[in-house]
Each structure stands twice: as C-alpha cells, then as structure tokens.
Design a protein around this ligand. Structure first.
Ligand SMILES: *[C@@H]1O[C@H](CO)[C@@H](O)[C@H](O)[C@H]1NC(C)=O
Ligand SMILES: *[C@@H]1O[C@H](CO)[C@@H](O)[C@H](O)[C@H]1NC(C)=O
Length: 675
C-alpha cells in the first residue's frame, strides 16, 4: 500500500470521493474555500451541506477575503454578519481558519483578535497576517494575508497590520522566521486547545494559504490560465517564501477580479524527500460575478502529516518542471522588479491605499525665507518620507508635485519607522541634464541623473554599512521635546514628538475624498489613541494638532502629536486661547460644526485635540495670515521651553536621532495598532 499517494491526493468534491482508509498516518480531510467576501452565514450553510454529503471534514480553510469590504454604518448588512459572527450568533459547522484577503479587516475583528489571540468565536480562528500554525493533527499551515504593492512592500518601516490591506518585506520576513520557530513561542494560539505547539527544525510546511499568487507560479505550466493577465499579477517576493517553505498544498484567492479558478499541475522539489507542491487558486464564494459563470470556489483533499515512516509518493504523471527553481524564471522575475522600480510614483501606483504612518520628530513646514540648506545650498528643500507622496516646499517659483522617492535598494528602505527624513535636493551637478519629469532617485532633484548625484555617491561609498542611508539630516526642524539635554529628562522614550501622516497625498485631512476618508481617519485616530495610552504609561498626556491649510503652496496632510507632562494637561486649552488672542487666532464655539464647514476643501482650519479628547478649531480667514508654527509656539510656551521654538536649536546629530527613534520605536511597539 502506498500511504502517501493516498494521503496527498487531491479529491475534487464533485467527483466520487475515494478516500482510502488510512491506518498509520491519520489523514486529515480538509475543505478549502475561496473568498467569502462577507457572505459568512451563506458560506457556512453551504459548507454544512457539503460536509453532510461528503464529510466529515476535519478543517475548513477560508482563503482570501473572508469579511469583505468594511461597511460604513447605515449600509451594514454584511457588517452585521461580522457582528453576528463575533457575538457567536453564526455557527461554524467545522473548525475553521480564516485570513486577511484584499481588504483591511473590520476594527472589531482586529480587537477580538488582539484580545483572544485569534479565536473570533467558537470554531472560527483568524490567522495572523503572516505566520505558521500547527494543528492538533500535526499539520503546519502558513498564512500570508494582504495584497502586494511594490512601493509599500519595499518602503514600509514595519509589517503592516490588519488595518492595512498590504503586506511588506517585514511581513514575509516574519512568516519565514515564524516558520522556523516553535509555535509555542507565539503568544497567540497557545490558549487554544485545538492547536498544539510543536518544535520543528525545518521551514517546510504542509499547507500555504496566501491571498496573492507567487510570481513564478505561472511559469513552466501548460495548464491554461483563465485570464492571460494572471501571468503578471503574482507577487515576486512570494517566490522566496514558497521556495523556503515548499508547501505540499498552496491555496490562493486573488486570481484576478473577480477571482478565477486555476489549478496548476503539480511540481517536484529536488531533495531526498522529493516534495510535491500543488497550487490551486479558488474563485470567490461571495460577490457573484455580474457576468460569466461562477468560478469554482472550493476544493477538498486529504493530507497526512509526514512522519519518518512516510513512503515517498511517485511523481505525478502531469508534474512539470519546478517553476521556482528553473533558471529561466529568475531573470523574468528580476525584470519585473526593475519595471516596477521605474514606476515609483505613488499616485500612479495605487490610488486606493488607506494608510497612515507615524513619524517621530521634526515637522512639516517650509524653511523660513532665506534659509539655505547647509549641505547643498539649495533653497529647494524637498521632503521625502518613505512611500508618502510629497510636495516640494520651495520658496521660489510654483510648487511642483514631487513623486515619492523610494530607494532603488529596496531591501533597505531609507526611512525606518522612527525617522522623519527630509532630504535636500542637490541641483545641477554638471552632468547630463535629465528630461522633464525625471527626479533623481537619491535626492529628488530634477537637475541631474542619479549617476551624477553626490548623495547617491555618498551612500554608495558608505556601504557595506547598509543602514547609513537611513538617516539623512533633518534640515527643516525637529522635535520640541529635548532628549539630549542635561537639565531635562524626556518622559517618553525618544522624546515622543510624532507626526501621523496619511501616505496618499492630500493637503489636509478634510480634503481626503469621502469614499476613502473613513479608513484613513480611523487609522489616524487609532494611532492617536495608541499614542495617548503610551504617553500615559510614561506620565505624559498628548496634545494633537493639525494645520489644515489649503494653499497654493500645497502641503501634505499630517497631525503632530506632542507629549506634555500630565500636570500641564489642564492648561493646554487656556494656553492656546491666550497665545491665539495675541495673534488674532480665535477658536470656534462649535468645533465639530466648524470642521464640517471646512470639509471637502471648503476652508482652512487649525485643529487641536486636547488631552481630554475635546477639540478646538480655528477657521482661517482668507485675508489673515496664519503661522504654521503656531502650534509649536503654544507648546513651547506651555512647556516653558522658549529656546525650543527655534527648530534649528533642536537639531541633533544623526546618531542621537537614530537612538531616539529606536528608543521610541521600542517603547511604542506594545501599543502599535499596526502590529
Ligand atoms: C494532474 O493530474 C491529477 C491526477 O490525475 C489531476 O487530478 C489533476 O487535475 C491534474 N492537474 C492538472 C492541472 O491538470
Ligand atoms: C564619488 O564617486 C567618485 C567616482 O567613483 C569618487 O572618486 C568620489 O570620491 C566619490 N565621492 C564621494 C563623496 O564619495
């Protein structure tokens, strides 16, 4: 009897089931389904019927987007199902594992996950965005949720959480690290009786669930793709994850939109165990396509944990060359990467991204008139922070939109979590003059090619100390809270003066289009909340302010968050009023109404969130100039640190900056809503 042949055979559910009775290595019978897209009740009903007819299944694996897009209140039929599920009012027919697909997860789901470590309700477990679990049967299942966006992938400074639809370099690193370590070292799941932790010394896994396809999967195959476009939709970074984990089954969900069903021929890995991988991408269960027939959305199979006595399976008759290890593909993958590198213009890459980032220290603003960059004498100081789209803050001439610049060296993003990078663009360096529209990838200048950039040259020569590009000097300003002064001890590690910046470019929060505003604003609020909790731990309260100014000079929406000693928290409001009075800045009696009146770019405003959560809003008047330094000015007055008003006095060495950033990052990690 050939144990493994039976153990590893795919058994399409609509064929006659032929599950050989296994004795030694208990086979596990699994039903895998495609994106439910929020049709949870209906999915469970269908699964129950399938189970009754073809079961008993041991596990239900839900690939792709289980919850569907986040609903706004008022149109929450699907949202209701999520609540119902969390309340335990929807019963899962089989122990079931769900994951993140294309969409940010509903906040209440994330909250529940945070509380329980994964158990959303009886029998329903949410898998981490990336990670590996070991089931009670001894099967190792890895999961990678989210979507791939090259810019975010390479420039993110931390693994995006469930509130972001994307995954990043760190997400995959975490997956690979996690697939090596014991499951028991993960806090999540240890409480779940259903899941055992087993130590393992190898990265190989039994089942891989990923939302997206690996780039190479469409190579070396003759199985016709349901849509030719699918050959270029895969995520190159997933190739590495597959190569390292060599899953026996790999299920994906995001095979086009709407997702198409595709089963690849199996392929074999070199090595003594001659592992076989089978890849299947499922159609969606929810979201019936308007046209065309419904794609196949489920797959049933049995699999047994591999044990020392497992007999090698014969090579399947239709096995192909391994698409991940055959040389041809490597080059293709590389070319694809380079192509996307040319396309590092944020807006062009992705419109619908809904992310914010937290950036300690510094603040957005233009340099004072007459300021010259100390490094290159340029007055055209540009901001470049990670993947955000930015504008120049040039004093002279019209403002141009500057595409965000992502370092070519994608494995080493320029901006670490805690770094507010402002770079000085270097001008004409005497080389060939670039075509209009070109921006040097190292410094943002329009006046020379990357090859002629002294900054690029510098960073090149400073390797192999790879991190050295990360800390460009902050030339515009820096944080209020002193961290390296003998007579003052910052309460919050690293000082704690932060910026929260939506990644997509909008001049103010009020101008974010309504269809995407909610997640961005929600995420900003969740960062504010996280920062408040963190500050509290260190005996500080948060003052948040935003200069929501619409102006010809542009700007990029952001809020600043500054920690103040708790004992000052009741004096914030009066200080804003007092300082404001002197400058002709008044505050509205109904802040919410005032903000509402400014919505959609109808007005400029200055907003403060007081430590107790109340708001203060000043509506700017067209004919009265408003100093963007107002918030800073009020806070240095409140803190009685007049010397901190001049940002130039707050400059730190790169080393100190980096130490601050690291100190903050470490202290914030337990509060970080994106982790
Ligand atoms: C490969 O062969 C197996 C066994 O005959 C079959 O079940 C599977 O559908 C085939 N795969 C493809 C993509 O043709
Ligand atoms: C820039 O590159 C040139 C040529 O490789 C080299 O001679 C020069 O020292 C470099 N400059 C810096 C600042 O590294």
């Amino acid at each position: 009897m050939n144990a493994l042949a039976a153990a590893a055979s795919l058994v399409p559910i609509n064929d006659k089931l032929q599950l050989s009775s296994m004795s030694s290595t208990n086979p596990v019978k699994i039903l895998t389904v495609g994106s439910a897209v929020g049709s949870i009740r209906e999915l469970f009903a269908k699964v129950k019927a399938i189970d009754a007819k073809h079961g008993k299944f041991d596990l239900l694996l839900c690939t792709g987007d289980f919850f569907g897009p986040i609903q706004t209140p008022g149109e929450n039929a699907i949202d209701d199902e999520v609540s119902q599920l969390l309340l335990g009012h929807i019963e899962a027919p089989i122990e079931c594992y769900v994951m993140q697909g294309d969409q940010p997860l509903p906040e209440k789901v994330v909250e529940k996950f945070a509380k329980t470590g994964g158990e959303l309700c009886k029998n329903v477990f949410l898998m981490s965005k990336s990670g590996t679990i070991t089931t009670a049967h001894g099967l190792r299942i890895a999961c990678l949720g989210g979507t791939y966006e090259p810019t975010i992938y390479s420039s993110s400074e931390a693994a995006p959480g469930f509130l972001s639809p994307f995954f990043a370099r760190q997400t995959i690193e975490r997956l690979l690290a996690n697939s090596l370590t014991k499951a028991s070292s993960k806090k999540s799941y240890t409480s779940l009786a259903a899941i055992q932790s087993t130590a393992t010394d190898s990265q190989v896994i039994d089942i891989f669930l990923s939302n997206v396809w690996p780039a190479s999967i469409t190579q070396q195959t003759t199985a016709p793709l349901p849509d030719p476009q699918l050959s270029s939709l895969g995520a190159p970074p997933l190739d590495e994850a597959v190569t390292k984990t060599r899953p026996r089954y790999h299920f994906a969900a995001a095979g086009g939109s709407p997702p198409k069903f595709w089963e690849r021929e199996p392929f074999v890995w070199e090595g003594e165990d001659a592992r076989i991988t089978r890849f299947v991408s499922l159609g969606a269960f929810g979201n019936e396509p308007a046209t065309g027939k419904k794609q196949r959305w489920f797959y049933a199979f049995t699999i047994s944990p591999i044990t020392p006595t497992t007999v090698l399976a014969p090579k399947p008759a239709n096995a192909t060359r391994n698409p991940f290890t055959s040389g041809v593909r490597r080059n293709l993958g590389k070319r694809q990467l380079d192509d996307t590198a040319e396309n590092f213009i944020w807006g062009a890459v992705n419109q619908g991204n809904k992310r914010t980032k937290v950036i300690p220290q510094g603040e957005l603003g233009k340099p004072p008139p007459g300021y010259k960059c100390r490094r290159c004498e340029s007055t055209d100081v540009r901001n470049i922070y990670g993947s955000a789209s930015v504008r120049s803050f040039s004093e002279a001439g019209p403002i141009s939109t500057l595409p965000a610049i992502v370092p070519k060296d994608k494995r080493h993003p320029k901006v670490t979590f805690a770094k507010y990078a402002i770079r000085d663009a270097v001008g004409d360096t005497g080389g060939k003059k670039p075509k209009p529209g070109y921006n040097c990838r190292a410094c943002g200048s329009e006046n020379h090619y990357l090859e002629d950039c002294p900054q690029a040259n510098q960073s090149r020569s400073s390797r192999p100390e790879r991190g050295s590009r990360r800390g460009p000097p902050k030339e515009i300003s820096s944080q209020i809270i002193p961290t390296h002064q003998d007579d003052y001890t910052a309460q919050v590690p690293g000082g704690g003066h932060l910026l929260i910046v939506p990644i997509t470019h909008y001049p103010t929060f009020s101008t974010i289009p309504s269809d995407i505003a909610k997640p961005i604003i929600d995420e900003t609020e969740s960062y504010k909340t996280a920062l408040r909790s963190m500050y509290e731990k260190f005996g500080a309260a948060a003052v948040v302010f935003e200069v929501g100014r619409l102006s010809a000079k542009g700007g990029h929406a952001h809020v600043q968050v500054v920690p103040i000693p708790l004992k000052l928290k009741d004096r914030v409001e009066e200080t804003f009023i007092k300082e404001g009075t002197q400058m002709g800045i008044d505050f509205e009696s109904d802040p919410d109404a005032a903000l509402e009146a400014c919505q959609g770019g109808r007005g400029s405003y200055f907003r403060v969130d007081l430590p107790d959560g109340r708001k203060m809003v000043h509506v700017m008047k067209d004919h009265i100039p408003f100093s963007i330094q107002f918030g800073r000015q009020v806070l240095v007055s409140l803190l009685d640190m007049p010397d901190r008003f001049d940002w130039k006095a707050c400059m730190l060495s790169e080393e100190d900056d980096r130490a601050d950033a690291q100190a903050f990052k470490t202290a914030f990690a337990p509060f970080d809503p994106s982790l």
